[in-house]
Design a protein around this ligand. Structure first.
Ligand SMILES: *Cc1c(COP(=O)(O)O)cnc(C)c1O
Length: 382
């Protein structure tokens, strides 16, 4: 009997999406602009709260690229980026022919370490170049140490690009992720907490920056009856069809967050009795994670099995799990990049695994997952 694949994180429709897509068809707004785009932006602004502006774009990667341009990052400039992240956080630095500088993580949130960040900035300045921006990431939905990072950024007057691609619905000290950057970035790719099939957004308190991002995302066309261009533009705007999906998804966002937190709790209880296994958790009440992905660290010497054993056992049962992000400073693409390291992300990469975490996991799928965990961890109960 072949069982359906259980994915790490798959699209989960709420039901209303199709209504907004129909509206777009009926009114022939099948374009990278239209009422769904405007409404989707308003709905995100309302959801995040605060005095904030949103531009809906074709992807999170496009949003990071535009964020760098808006902050004036040019060829030869240095940009600091969290090493422990997905490649899309860092690659737009290369699109600008700028130079990434990677900084390692701390063990509480697994995100950029504030102390190492300051060391890095001091060292870069002493070498003659002040970094132009800091890309900090709320990895797997866990908020970074926002107070400490913002303090360092303010002290050296370097703007923050907040990569909140994985953290819509998370918050820090009661404030939603997406509100902690000079420019912030969301993603609505197919595997994220809500999806528009593909899409992203740029978020900022500064409305001029957001308006400029829309200008750049629609080919940077100057005011004139003909097509006049004085700046380099891009085709990065979100389509009205995708925004329709997004509007339907906004209705179920909080439900998705609750469901992912339930899945996290399921794993926490499941692994509670097993030696050497630790589910990544919020360091204190200040942190509220959407638990986009639940992640686990396994100390093989105590557990008697490794992350690889668990991953292969899942695979045998047609269940997807995945190693944690391979740090950027270990990627062949970034071979000769300056990096400020403390060993944290390398150790996480070696001992960690992402577990199936979808908001659409049903009872029978959870029991299939449970079966595999029981099998691998058999005789390992404390
Ligand atoms: C998904 C993701 C991105 C890129 O978003 P896309 O919409 O896929 O382009 C950027 N950073 C992180 C951390 C991500 O997980």
């Amino acid at each position: 009997m072949s069982k359906d694949k259980i994915w790490l994180s798959s699209p989960h429709m709420g039901g209303e999406e199709i209504k907004y897509i129909h509206e777009a068809f009926d009114s022939n707004w099948v374009a990278p602009l239209g009422p769904n785009v405007n409404e989707f932006e308003n709905e995100i602004e309302h959801y995040l709260g605060g005095n904030i502006n949103v531009a809906a774009l074709s992807s999170g990667t496009a949003a990071i690229h535009l964020a760098l341009i808006l902050l004036g990052v040019q060829k030869g400039d240095e940009v600091i980026c969290q090493s422990f992240t997905f490649a899309a956080s860092a690659n737009p630095i290369l699109y600008q022919k700028a130079t990434p500088i990677f900084v390692d993580s701390e063990t509480d949130t697994w995100n950029i370490c504030p102390n190492l960040l300051e060391e890095c900035i001091i060292d870069r300045i002493s070498k003659g170049k002040k970094p132009k921006a800091i890309i900090a990431v709320h990895l797997y939905g866990m908020p970074f140490k926002a107070d400490e990072i913002q303090k360092v950024a303010l002290k050296y007057e370097i703007p923050i690009i907040e990569d909140s691609a994985e953290a819509l619905g998370s918050s820090y000290k009661g404030k939603k992720c997406g509100l902690f950057g000079d420019v912030s970035v969301l993603s609505f790719n197919g595997n994220k907490i809500i999806t528009t099939s593909g899409g992203g957004a740029l978020v900022s308190k500064n409305i001029e920056l957001v308006n400029k991002s829309i200008f750049l995302a629609t080919q940077a066309r100057d005011q004139a009856p003909h097509y006049e261009h004085s700046e380099l533009g891009f085709n990065y705007r979100m389509s009205n069809i995708c925004a329709g999906i997004g509007r339907g998804q906004m209705l179920v966002l909080d439900k998705h967050v609750n469901k992912r937190r339930d899945v996290n709790k399921f794993y926490r209880e499941k692994f509670n009795d097993i030696n050497g296994v630790k589910i990544h958790n919020e360091p204190s009440k200040d942190y509220f994670s959407n638990f986009w992905l639940t992640t686990v660290l396994i100390d093989e010497s105590k557990a008697g099995f490794s992350v690889n054993d668990l991953r292969l056992a899942f695979e045998e049962h047609n269940i997807e799990s995945r190693p944690l992000w391979k740090p950027m400073h270990l990627q062949p693409l970034y071979d000769d990049t300056n990096s400020y390291l403390n060993g944290v992300s390398e150790s996480l990469f070696k001992n960690g695994l992402c577990l199936p975490s979808g908001s659409n996991l049903n009872k029978s799928e959870l029991s299939r997952i449970e079966f595999v965990i029981d099998k691998v961890a058999k005789n390992k109960i404390k």
